[in-house]
Design a protein around this ligand. Structure first.
Ligand SMILES: Cc1ncc(COP(=O)(O)O)c(C=O)c1O
Length: 328
């Protein structure tokens, strides 16, 4: 690959800098809040917008469904997920809200979250709890953290018979911890507690296998570490919950008689007229970014650490242990 990551340090960053549209007079370090998108992907988005504007009806009615499927197929492959279980959403906050607002809770039920949860998603949890007379229970994650066990102990210490759902960051926003989601989910689910993962930072940063992770709901951004255009994220929902989860906006999908795709996809794929080009560039971003890193399965270099861009790497947990393989 012409631009493969074979250089390191200042030389390496100079090699990559021109591939992004970032202002060269600044050193942009906060890709986590609002990342940047490579020029190639932005050009693809411009092309798609021109195509849309040249004949909007043809684009939305005839071309969009296939384009969406193509981008979703590449994303699902990257996430190791069944495409039927993956819906595009505008951002991880939207994914969290869709799940929380679909929950059927009773007064006195408890929603578990850590003290490091991202403020916007914590707010969504507080509002849901307030509306239902439920209670938000906060688990402490020590910082600095010595072991993954401390995270599990912190959550389990706050579980009660009323705990209905735990919302867990995959990568914490303020401290950058990669939480042991698979082990934590196994413990919580064995206690009958549903697990919603806020994976805003995980896709493109840590290897993922959603079909093996053993959680109930997982939302993640494509506009952070996958470097897709802004407004591209996904919501993965385990098949058994898909009948209950509704998007924030109800539109044509609600009474659609189509049988060629799941109701989950019908509801999420159309939430009113919008600019779908960010979703449609996710596949291109994954292809492009994957080609920049050696050891991604497509280039000839060798990666030594588990890379989200390398096929099969999701069997190695970020904590260095082997993940237990589990089937739902
Ligand atoms: C843990 C976490 N969750 C959710 C979000 C929200 O992402 P977005 O603004 O794309 O919805 C962020 C943003 O940084 C985050 O760090």
């Amino acid at each position: 690959m012409e631009n493969s990551a074979t250089e390191s340090g200042a030389a390496g960053s100079a090699h990559f800098a021109h591939l992004w549209a970032l202002d060269r007079s600044i050193t942009f370090l906060n890709h986590g809040s609002f990342g940047a998108c490579p020029r190639v992907v932005l050009e693809k988005q411009t092309e798609l917008r021109a195509r849309l504007e040249s004949e909007p009806v043809r684009f939305f009615v005839r071309e969009l469904p296939d384009l969406l499927e193509g981008s979703r197929a590449i994303l699902s492959d990257f996430l190791d997920a069944d495409p039927d279980d993956v819906a595009f959403v505008g951002n991880a906050t939207g994914g969290v809200n869709a799940v929380l607002r679909s929950l059927r809770l009773e007064s006195g039920d408890e929603l578990l979250v850590s003290d490091q949860e991202y403020n916007a998603c914590r707010n969504a949890l507080e509002v849901k709890a307030e509306e239902c007379g439920a209670k938000v229970v906060v688990a402490a994650i020590p910082y600095p953290l010595r072991s993954a066990d401390q995270v599990i102990e912190g959550f389990l210490a706050r579980v009660t018979p009323r705990t209905r759902l735990a919302m867990i960051d995959h990568v914490t926003s303020q401290t950058g911890l990669v939480l042991p989601i698979d082990r934590l989910a196994a413990e919580l689910r064995s206690r009958g507690i549903a697990v919603l993962v806020d994976g805003a930072h995980a896709p493109g940063m840590v290897p993922l296998s959603l079909r093996r992770l053993g959680v109930d709901y997982y939302t993640g951004n494509c506009h952070k570490w996958i470097c897709a255009p802004k407004g591209a994220a996904f919501l993965w929902v385990a098949p058994k919950h898909q009948g209950l989860v509704r998007p924030p906006v109800i539109s044509h999908g609600w009474n659609s008689t189509r049988t060629d795709r799941s109701r989950f996809r019908l509801l999420f794929d159309w939430q009113g007229t919008w600019d779908p080009t960010a979703y449609l560039c996710v596949g291109e971003a994954i292809r492009y970014l994957g080609g920049l890193f050696p050891g991604d399965g497509r280039s000839s270099g060798r990666a030594t650490a588990p890379s989200p861009w390398r096929r099969g790497s999701c069997s190695r947990a970020p904590w260095g242990s082997r993940r237990r393989r589990r089937r739902r």
